[in-house]
Write a new protein. Sequence first.
Lengths: 383, 345
Amino acid sequence: MKQVITGICLAASMAMVTAAQADITIGVNVSSTGPAASLGMAEKNAISLGPTVIAGQKVKYVIYDDATDTTNAVQNVKRLISEAKVDVIVGPTTSPTSKAVTDTVAESKTPMIQLSPGITASSDDPKRRWIFNAPPADAVYADALIKHMVKKGIKTVSVIAVDDAYGENCTVAYRKLADQKGIKTLTVEKYKRADTSATAQVLKAMQGNPDAVYIASSGTPGALPHVALIERGYKGKIYQSGGSANAEFLRVGGKALEGSFMLGSPLLAAEQFPDKYPAKKESLEFVKLYEARFGARNFFASLSWNALKIVEAAVPKALKVAKPGTEQFRAALRDAIEGTKGLKGAGTVFTMTKSDHTGINQLGMCVLKIENGKWKLEDHAEF
Amino acid sequence: MDLQTVLILAQDGLTNGAIYLLLAVALILVFGVTRIVLIPQGEFVSYGALTLASLQLGVMPGTVWLLLIMASIAAVMETFRLVSSEAVRQLPVTLATILIPPAAIALLAKMCIPLHLALGWQVLLTMLIVTPIGPLVYRVAFRPLADATVLVLLIAAVAVHFVLVGLGLLFFGAEGVRTPPFSDAHLTLGTLSVSGQSLWVYAASFILISLLAWFFSRTLYGKALRAVAFNRNGARLVGISPHLAGTYSFALAAAIGCLSGVMIAPITTVYYDSGFLIGLKGFIGAIVGGMASYPIAAAGALMVGILESYSSFWLSGYKDVIVFAAIIPILLWRSLMSVHYEEEE
């Protein structure tokens, strides 16, 4: 009986404590089911490694799954804002779902760190003012890709892109820079994630014998055209976009991937980076935490982890202005996130400005070579 | 486009077409016997591929759990049915026939997984695991609705599709699989090199079609299925149980889907939700055959495969648009050519 009473007293005192100091509520909306599930699940995993206390305030996570559906994403974000009264949103996972929630987020004046690349946001644009990106912009990928192609003396390239927003964005960013550097694009072929064959697209891409083929796809679907290229005896260089950089892709692609190049986060080959790489310690820390619980390291998991890092760094500044759960706090949090400077995350360093809400430069990018089924660091930016 | 490209594309299209053909046959079979448009047909394809991949990794495939769970649900439903119709005496036998085979298969899978059997045995085990899911799906989802309209059955089929896709994600995860090919051999015909796996697909399709033709023309069960497809009430009058026919047709559909999945797994990456689109293309083949004629549906499915292959080459971004848009002229042509019968209800 005594124990019960003590229990009640404890519960009551704890309730009083929580009432006295408002928790920070982080809303998470990811696609842990549906076509983008492999990305969303990893992102959700990393959220469970996030901080439980920031600057003495308890952190509450409200996590929703939008099933990679734009309508669900909008509903979830509305629920996060009106019911859970979140202070900041992490997600959505994909470009289409992120685009869909833009208006809702802007109206409610809630800062959001989306886990998909988007157009570089600016605080002057009222709609994009509240939105930040955790992954590097497509242009950063394209920049690293073209630099490496120039280094290797590549003049002609065929592109094979998965037929979705990601493939399209990658292709557009690549073409813009390729045209400037005098790299000729022979053809752009599209294929669907669930296709049973990419032979036709590969044959078309191989016409004119390009120096390199660039495959723009996210996750394991990138393996289908790659394997077909090898089967058809293509001898040139093959580049994979950063979206495919995960262990599952290596498993599915198998031997066919040997010797090909891939753009990716320094996270994937963190051990191979020289010690002076600024985010080496933070990258290894995340790798250790993640791999102990969920298996092989994952770029998408690092995105939600980094988003939480950004929030963690911004909260103390915002707390000086207002209490969590208020409109003033959200506005202060937004300003603090925009002021993120030199923040080291997993595989990248963030420096945001008014005109750059991604904050990732070439420090968050490297070129990897696939050797013996593993990532080998091929090239990275100067630091 | 040189001759070699033309040939490679045709060969590629035929390989895919052979898979669509098998699915089209299964769709027509199920529709004929039960009037169900089997939207979840594609899920058996994914389940087949993913189950085989799990077995190769030495992991217990999630489909085994699905089998056990569905058998339990079916057993509960049977118990209710028999108790309410006061036929309790049939209960032990009925329950035994529902529960024992899945349990035996699960046990067999558990024993076989650590042995790392040869590919042929793994394929056989995959077929054993996935095929009984078909009849169980029929028992749980469709049998209670057996006398409903085609529209209600279609809606139920869509629901079952979503449930099975969701379970696929739950059991197998979001990432795709690719299994090693049945043979690494390459057949070189002039300038054309045909992969061993494609030959397997052709051979398996041909054998399966021959077996089905034999089954329907020579065996009692095959003739019974045809009788139900031809006239449900007439078949019932001569003592053919429509429920039994439905069960058999679902078993065949699941087996065909599973075999298709096993065969394409080395050619492409199969995801938990890959089956739907593949099944949809088989469905176009079935529509070409008016959901009734096997030979026309077969030709239609091969046509879909070849159309897909060539449109991927010329206009890869609009490939699916071209393939699915082709259904409109086909439907127009069919509706002009065919004589309409009022459906008897």
